[in-house]
Design a binder for this molecule. Sequence first.
Ligand SMILES: [Zn+2]
Ligand SMILES: [Zn+2]
Length: 126
Amino acid sequence: MTIKKKQSDKNKSDQIVTDARRNQELREQSYRGQALKLYPWVCGRCTREFDHKNLTELTVHHKNHNHDDNPSDGSNWELLCIYCHDNEHSRYEETRFGSSTANKSTTPVSTHNPFADLKSLLGSKS
Ligand SMILES: [Zn+2]
Ligand SMILES: [Zn+2]
């Protein structure tokens, strides 16, 4: 293989971008594939079950929210349906901007309950 004349700097950088994107896609596919092999196709939150027909609605969540952290034992992955996944991320944003103490906890943060007000509102109605 010989190196061609360097008229293609732009093509080359395009190629790099394409490669990076493809690598990312491959990586996503591979961890998704691995996670789907490792875990039953059930949402970890609402326990909704999935099969080949609706599998696109089942997503792989990274427990530590680091998408580059993909241990092959699956310890950083959790299968969540798209709704619970959304939820999980908005809660993460909440805790991140709120108190930073309980970031690693897998249990819901009990100090801040967004439904407390709602509950008292509903309660006062009756
Ligand atoms: Zn769910
Ligand atoms: Zn996620």
